[in-house]
Design a protein around this ligand. Sequence first.
Ligand code: ASP
Length: 350
Amino acid sequence: MKSGVFVFAIVVICSAVFAVETDSLPTVVVVTTGGTIAEKYDSATGGVVPAVSGSDLLAAVPGLNRIANIEVVEFCNIDSSHMTPDIWRNLSSRVQEILEQENVRGVVITHGTDTMAEGAFFLETTLQSEKPVAFTGSMRSGSDISPDGSANLYNAVLLVCSPQADAWGVTVILNQYINSARHVMKDNTTNIQTFDSGDYGYLGYIVEDRVLVYNAVLEHTRLPLPEALPDVPLFYTFAGDDGSYIRYAVDQGASGIVVVGVGAGNVNAEVYQAIEYALGLDIPVVFCSRVRYGEPQALYGDQGGGSSLVEAGALLSGDLSPFKARLLLMTALGQADMSSDELGLLFRAY
Ligand code: ASP
Protein backbone atom coordinates (compact mmCIF):
# COMPACT_ATOMS: atom_id res chain seq x y z
CA MET A 1 0.00 0.00 0.00
CA LYS A 2 2.78 2.42 1.10
CA SER A 3 4.76 1.86 -2.19
CA GLY A 4 1.63 2.74 -4.18
CA VAL A 5 1.25 6.04 -2.37
CA PHE A 6 4.99 6.70 -2.81
CA VAL A 7 4.82 6.09 -6.58
CA PHE A 8 1.70 8.26 -6.82
CA ALA A 9 3.47 11.06 -4.96
CA ILE A 10 6.48 10.84 -7.33
CA VAL A 11 4.18 11.03 -10.38
CA VAL A 12 2.39 14.09 -8.97
CA ILE A 13 5.68 15.86 -8.20
CA CYS A 14 7.16 15.10 -11.67
CA SER A 15 3.97 16.29 -13.37
CA ALA A 16 4.06 19.49 -11.36
CA VAL A 17 7.73 20.04 -12.21
CA PHE A 18 7.02 19.31 -15.89
CA ALA A 19 4.05 21.69 -15.84
CA VAL A 20 6.19 24.44 -14.30
CA GLU A 21 8.95 23.80 -16.87
CA THR A 22 6.66 23.92 -19.87
CA ASP A 23 4.79 26.93 -18.44
CA SER A 24 8.11 28.75 -18.25
CA LEU A 25 8.88 27.92 -21.90
CA PRO A 26 7.99 30.59 -24.50
CA THR A 27 5.10 29.87 -26.85
CA VAL A 28 6.03 29.86 -30.52
CA VAL A 29 3.42 29.50 -33.24
CA VAL A 30 4.58 27.69 -36.39
CA VAL A 31 2.56 28.76 -39.43
CA THR A 32 3.02 26.32 -42.32
CA THR A 33 2.52 27.32 -45.96
CA GLY A 34 4.18 24.47 -47.90
CA GLY A 35 7.39 24.38 -49.92
CA THR A 36 10.05 21.71 -50.26
CA ILE A 37 10.21 21.32 -46.49
CA ALA A 38 6.71 19.81 -46.72
CA GLU A 39 7.18 17.96 -50.01
CA LYS A 40 7.94 14.35 -50.89
CA TYR A 41 8.75 12.43 -54.07
CA ASP A 42 5.69 11.44 -56.06
CA SER A 43 6.18 8.62 -58.62
CA ALA A 44 3.08 9.69 -60.57
CA THR A 45 4.65 13.07 -61.42
CA GLY A 46 8.30 12.04 -61.14
CA GLY A 47 9.01 14.99 -58.84
CA VAL A 48 8.45 16.28 -55.31
CA VAL A 49 5.00 17.63 -54.44
CA PRO A 50 3.34 19.02 -51.27
CA ALA A 51 2.77 16.00 -49.02
CA VAL A 52 3.48 16.72 -45.35
CA SER A 53 1.06 18.36 -42.90
CA GLY A 54 2.18 21.01 -40.44
CA SER A 55 1.82 18.73 -37.44
CA ASP A 56 3.80 15.96 -39.17
CA LEU A 57 6.48 18.52 -40.00
CA LEU A 58 6.83 19.41 -36.32
CA ALA A 59 6.71 15.77 -35.22
CA ALA A 60 9.87 15.14 -37.27
CA VAL A 61 11.88 17.71 -35.30
CA PRO A 62 13.40 16.18 -32.13
CA GLY A 63 13.96 18.34 -29.06
CA LEU A 64 11.62 21.21 -29.94
CA ASN A 65 9.61 20.78 -26.74
CA ARG A 66 12.80 21.47 -24.75
CA ILE A 67 12.98 25.03 -26.07
CA ALA A 68 9.37 26.13 -26.62
CA ASN A 69 5.71 25.34 -26.38
CA ILE A 70 4.76 24.89 -30.01
CA GLU A 71 1.39 25.61 -31.61
CA VAL A 72 0.79 24.84 -35.30
CA VAL A 73 -1.35 26.81 -37.77
CA GLU A 74 -1.67 25.19 -41.18
CA PHE A 75 -2.18 28.21 -43.43
CA CYS A 76 -1.76 26.51 -46.85
CA ASN A 77 0.37 23.80 -48.45
CA ILE A 78 1.71 24.98 -51.81
CA ASP A 79 5.00 25.21 -53.64
CA SER A 80 6.06 28.84 -53.23
CA SER A 81 6.31 29.23 -57.01
CA HIS A 82 2.50 29.48 -56.68
CA MET A 83 2.55 32.20 -54.02
CA THR A 84 0.81 35.52 -54.85
CA PRO A 85 0.82 39.00 -53.24
CA ASP A 86 -2.76 38.38 -52.13
CA ILE A 87 -1.77 35.15 -50.33
CA TRP A 88 1.05 37.06 -48.60
CA ARG A 89 -1.44 39.80 -47.70
CA ASN A 90 -3.70 37.22 -46.02
CA LEU A 91 -0.67 35.58 -44.38
CA SER A 92 0.43 38.95 -42.96
CA SER A 93 -3.05 39.53 -41.56
CA ARG A 94 -3.16 36.06 -39.96
CA VAL A 95 0.35 36.38 -38.46
CA GLN A 96 -0.55 39.83 -37.09
CA GLU A 97 -3.50 38.27 -35.25
CA ILE A 98 -1.23 35.58 -33.79
CA LEU A 99 1.45 38.07 -32.70
CA GLU A 100 -1.20 40.10 -30.86
CA GLN A 101 -1.90 37.14 -28.58
CA GLU A 102 -0.16 38.08 -25.33
CA ASN A 103 1.24 34.60 -24.63
CA VAL A 104 2.92 34.29 -28.04
CA ARG A 105 6.66 35.00 -28.08
CA GLY A 106 6.95 34.94 -31.86
CA VAL A 107 6.13 33.16 -35.08
CA VAL A 108 7.98 30.76 -37.37
CA ILE A 109 6.72 30.51 -40.94
CA THR A 110 7.64 27.50 -43.06
CA HIS A 111 7.60 28.53 -46.72
CA GLY A 112 9.10 27.49 -50.04
CA THR A 113 12.50 28.98 -50.72
CA ASP A 114 11.76 30.05 -54.32
CA THR A 115 9.83 33.17 -53.25
CA MET A 116 10.65 33.22 -49.53
CA ALA A 117 12.72 36.40 -49.86
CA GLU A 118 9.77 38.36 -51.23
CA GLY A 119 7.24 36.83 -48.85
CA ALA A 120 9.43 37.64 -45.86
CA PHE A 121 9.96 41.18 -47.18
CA PHE A 122 6.20 41.70 -47.57
CA LEU A 123 5.60 40.74 -43.94
CA GLU A 124 8.60 42.82 -42.81
CA THR A 125 6.91 45.81 -44.48
CA THR A 126 3.33 45.23 -43.31
CA LEU A 127 3.47 43.62 -39.82
CA GLN A 128 2.83 46.05 -36.96
CA SER A 129 4.63 44.14 -34.19
CA GLU A 130 8.09 44.13 -32.61
CA LYS A 131 7.90 40.38 -31.93
CA PRO A 132 10.28 38.17 -33.93
CA VAL A 133 9.11 36.35 -37.05
CA ALA A 134 11.43 33.84 -38.76
CA PHE A 135 10.87 32.29 -42.18
CA THR A 136 12.44 28.95 -42.87
CA GLY A 137 12.17 26.06 -45.28
CA SER A 138 14.48 23.59 -46.93
CA MET A 139 16.36 22.94 -50.14
CA ARG A 140 15.98 19.16 -49.83
CA SER A 141 12.67 17.31 -49.47
CA GLY A 142 11.80 14.58 -46.99
CA SER A 143 12.57 12.06 -49.74
CA ASP A 144 16.18 13.20 -50.10
CA ILE A 145 19.12 11.32 -48.55
CA SER A 146 19.84 14.13 -46.02
CA PRO A 147 16.88 16.50 -45.69
CA ASP A 148 17.74 19.91 -44.18
CA GLY A 149 14.21 20.88 -43.08
CA SER A 150 14.21 19.60 -39.50
CA ALA A 151 17.43 21.37 -38.50
CA ASN A 152 16.21 24.59 -40.15
CA LEU A 153 12.88 24.38 -38.32
CA TYR A 154 14.59 23.71 -34.99
CA ASN A 155 16.94 26.69 -35.53
CA ALA A 156 14.05 28.94 -36.54
CA VAL A 157 12.22 28.20 -33.27
CA LEU A 158 15.45 28.72 -31.32
CA LEU A 159 15.99 32.04 -33.13
CA VAL A 160 12.48 33.33 -32.37
CA CYS A 161 12.97 32.45 -28.68
CA SER A 162 16.31 34.29 -28.50
CA PRO A 163 16.58 37.92 -27.26
CA GLN A 164 18.91 38.66 -30.18
CA ALA A 165 15.94 38.36 -32.55
CA ASP A 166 14.11 41.29 -30.90
CA ALA A 167 15.97 43.87 -33.01
CA TRP A 168 15.80 41.97 -36.28
CA GLY A 169 12.12 42.04 -37.26
CA VAL A 170 11.38 39.45 -39.94
CA THR A 171 14.29 37.13 -40.72
CA VAL A 172 15.10 34.22 -43.01
CA ILE A 173 17.01 31.33 -41.41
CA LEU A 174 18.40 28.45 -43.46
CA ASN A 175 21.52 26.33 -43.06
CA GLN A 176 22.35 28.09 -39.76
CA TYR A 177 22.71 31.52 -41.39
CA ILE A 178 20.33 34.33 -40.40
CA ASN A 179 19.43 36.90 -43.07
CA SER A 180 17.24 39.99 -42.87
CA ALA A 181 14.01 39.94 -44.89
CA ARG A 182 15.09 43.37 -46.15
CA HIS A 183 18.30 42.21 -47.89
CA VAL A 184 18.05 38.44 -48.37
CA MET A 185 18.13 36.88 -51.85
CA LYS A 186 18.10 33.31 -53.09
CA ASP A 187 21.43 32.79 -54.81
CA ASN A 188 21.66 29.10 -55.71
CA THR A 189 19.04 26.91 -57.36
CA THR A 190 19.89 23.72 -55.45
CA ASN A 191 22.54 24.29 -52.75
CA ILE A 192 21.44 24.29 -49.10
CA GLN A 193 23.52 27.46 -48.60
CA THR A 194 21.34 29.43 -50.98
CA PHE A 195 20.37 32.57 -49.02
CA ASP A 196 22.66 35.52 -48.50
CA SER A 197 22.39 39.30 -48.12
CA GLY A 198 25.16 40.47 -50.46
CA ASP A 199 27.13 43.51 -49.25
CA TYR A 200 25.02 43.73 -46.07
CA GLY A 201 26.14 40.36 -44.76
CA TYR A 202 24.35 37.95 -42.47
CA LEU A 203 22.52 39.12 -39.34
CA GLY A 204 23.90 36.13 -37.45
CA TYR A 205 24.64 32.43 -37.28
CA ILE A 206 23.29 29.59 -35.14
CA VAL A 207 25.64 26.95 -33.81
CA GLU A 208 25.04 24.41 -30.97
CA ASP A 209 21.86 26.21 -29.83
CA ARG A 210 23.69 29.56 -29.65
CA VAL A 211 22.60 32.60 -31.72
CA LEU A 212 25.71 34.56 -32.78
CA VAL A 213 25.16 38.21 -33.73
CA TYR A 214 26.99 39.64 -36.75
CA ASN A 215 24.74 42.70 -37.30
CA ALA A 216 22.81 44.07 -34.34
CA VAL A 217 19.99 46.38 -35.37
CA LEU A 218 17.97 46.93 -38.50
CA GLU A 219 15.87 49.96 -39.37
CA HIS A 220 12.31 48.91 -40.09
CA THR A 221 10.02 50.86 -42.42
CA ARG A 222 6.49 49.64 -41.98
CA LEU A 223 3.27 50.46 -43.83
CA PRO A 224 -0.32 49.58 -42.83
CA LEU A 225 -1.50 46.37 -44.51
CA PRO A 226 -3.62 47.51 -47.48
CA GLU A 227 -7.17 46.22 -47.92
CA ALA A 228 -6.29 45.40 -51.52
CA LEU A 229 -3.10 45.31 -53.59
CA PRO A 230 -3.12 47.11 -56.96
CA ASP A 231 -1.73 45.61 -60.16
CA VAL A 232 2.00 46.37 -60.64
CA PRO A 233 3.73 44.44 -63.45
CA LEU A 234 7.51 44.11 -63.64
CA PHE A 235 9.58 44.21 -66.85
CA TYR A 236 13.17 43.16 -67.40
CA THR A 237 14.42 45.17 -70.35
CA PHE A 238 16.65 43.54 -72.97
CA ALA A 239 18.74 44.53 -75.99
CA GLY A 240 16.37 45.69 -78.73
CA ASP A 241 13.42 46.15 -76.35
CA ASP A 242 10.94 48.47 -78.11
CA GLY A 243 8.99 49.32 -74.94
CA SER A 244 5.75 47.83 -76.32
CA TYR A 245 5.15 45.58 -73.29
CA ILE A 246 5.30 48.59 -70.98
CA ARG A 247 2.90 50.52 -73.20
CA TYR A 248 0.57 47.51 -73.21
CA ALA A 249 0.60 47.35 -69.39
CA VAL A 250 -0.24 51.06 -69.22
CA ASP A 251 -3.14 50.59 -71.65
CA GLN A 252 -4.36 47.60 -69.57
CA GLY A 253 -4.63 49.86 -66.51
CA ALA A 254 -1.50 49.06 -64.48
CA SER A 255 -1.44 51.12 -61.26
CA GLY A 256 2.35 51.24 -61.23
CA ILE A 257 5.24 49.68 -63.16
CA VAL A 258 8.67 48.35 -62.19
CA VAL A 259 11.33 48.39 -64.90
CA VAL A 260 14.61 46.49 -64.50
CA GLY A 261 17.35 48.19 -66.47
CA VAL A 262 20.98 47.33 -67.17
CA GLY A 263 24.11 48.53 -65.42
CA ALA A 264 23.39 51.39 -63.01
CA GLY A 265 19.73 51.37 -64.08
CA ASN A 266 19.81 52.41 -67.73
CA VAL A 267 17.33 51.60 -70.53
CA ASN A 268 17.23 52.27 -74.27
CA ALA A 269 15.44 55.26 -75.86
CA GLU A 270 12.31 53.25 -76.81
CA VAL A 271 11.87 51.98 -73.25
CA TYR A 272 12.53 55.49 -71.94
CA GLN A 273 9.71 56.82 -74.15
CA ALA A 274 7.38 54.06 -72.91
CA ILE A 275 8.24 55.06 -69.32
CA GLU A 276 7.51 58.69 -70.22
CA TYR A 277 4.15 57.50 -71.60
CA ALA A 278 3.30 55.91 -68.24
CA LEU A 279 4.48 58.88 -66.19
CA GLY A 280 2.46 61.18 -68.43
CA LEU A 281 -0.65 59.31 -67.27
CA ASP A 282 0.41 59.63 -63.59
CA ILE A 283 1.39 55.98 -63.39
CA PRO A 284 4.42 55.74 -61.08
CA VAL A 285 7.44 53.93 -62.47
CA VAL A 286 10.22 52.52 -60.25
CA PHE A 287 13.41 51.53 -62.00
CA CYS A 288 15.92 48.96 -60.75
CA SER A 289 19.00 47.24 -62.07
CA ARG A 290 19.50 43.61 -63.09
CA VAL A 291 22.96 43.80 -61.49
CA ARG A 292 23.12 41.95 -58.15
CA TYR A 293 25.37 44.36 -56.22
CA GLY A 294 25.02 48.15 -55.89
CA GLU A 295 22.03 50.42 -56.58
CA PRO A 296 20.67 52.15 -59.70
CA GLN A 297 21.95 55.70 -59.94
CA ALA A 298 21.05 58.93 -61.79
CA LEU A 299 24.39 58.72 -63.62
CA TYR A 300 23.87 58.65 -67.37
CA GLY A 301 22.26 61.58 -69.19
CA ASP A 302 21.50 60.05 -72.60
CA GLN A 303 17.82 59.23 -73.30
CA GLY A 304 17.18 56.24 -71.06
CA GLY A 305 20.14 56.82 -68.73
CA GLY A 306 19.37 56.88 -65.00
CA SER A 307 19.68 60.66 -64.86
CA SER A 308 17.14 61.12 -67.68
CA LEU A 309 14.75 58.69 -65.96
CA VAL A 310 14.89 60.60 -62.66
CA GLU A 311 14.47 63.86 -64.60
CA ALA A 312 11.33 62.42 -66.22
CA GLY A 313 9.91 61.54 -62.76
CA ALA A 314 10.74 57.84 -62.45
CA LEU A 315 11.76 56.62 -58.96
CA LEU A 316 15.05 54.93 -58.10
CA SER A 317 14.51 51.56 -56.36
CA GLY A 318 17.45 51.96 -53.96
CA ASP A 319 19.06 48.62 -53.12
CA LEU A 320 15.78 46.69 -53.25
CA SER A 321 15.63 43.68 -55.55
CA PRO A 322 13.16 44.22 -58.41
CA PHE A 323 10.72 41.79 -56.80
CA LYS A 324 10.84 43.58 -53.45
CA ALA A 325 10.58 46.98 -55.15
CA ARG A 326 7.41 45.70 -56.83
CA LEU A 327 5.88 44.56 -53.51
CA LEU A 328 6.80 47.86 -51.84
CA LEU A 329 5.20 49.82 -54.72
CA MET A 330 2.05 47.65 -54.48
CA THR A 331 1.89 48.17 -50.71
CA ALA A 332 2.46 51.91 -51.05
CA LEU A 333 -0.16 52.31 -53.79
CA GLY A 334 -2.52 50.27 -51.61
CA GLN A 335 -2.45 53.06 -49.00
CA ALA A 336 -5.52 55.26 -49.24
CA ASP A 337 -3.67 58.54 -49.27
CA MET A 338 -0.04 58.36 -50.37
CA SER A 339 1.03 61.31 -52.54
CA SER A 340 3.65 61.01 -55.29
CA ASP A 341 6.06 63.06 -53.12
CA GLU A 342 5.55 60.64 -50.22
CA LEU A 343 6.06 57.74 -52.64
CA GLY A 344 9.34 59.24 -53.78
CA LEU A 345 10.43 59.78 -50.17
CA LEU A 346 9.51 56.19 -49.31
CA PHE A 347 11.79 54.75 -51.98
CA ARG A 348 14.59 57.17 -51.17
CA ALA A 349 14.34 56.22 -47.49
CA TYR A 350 14.21 52.49 -48.05
N1 ASP B 1 10.10 24.97 -55.20
C1 ASP B 1 10.24 24.98 -53.75
C2 ASP B 1 9.38 26.12 -53.19
O1 ASP B 1 9.75 27.24 -53.33
C3 ASP B 1 11.68 25.15 -53.39
C4 ASP B 1 11.96 25.07 -51.91
O2 ASP B 1 11.06 25.19 -51.06
O3 ASP B 1 13.16 24.88 -51.56
O4 ASP B 1 8.31 25.86 -52.68
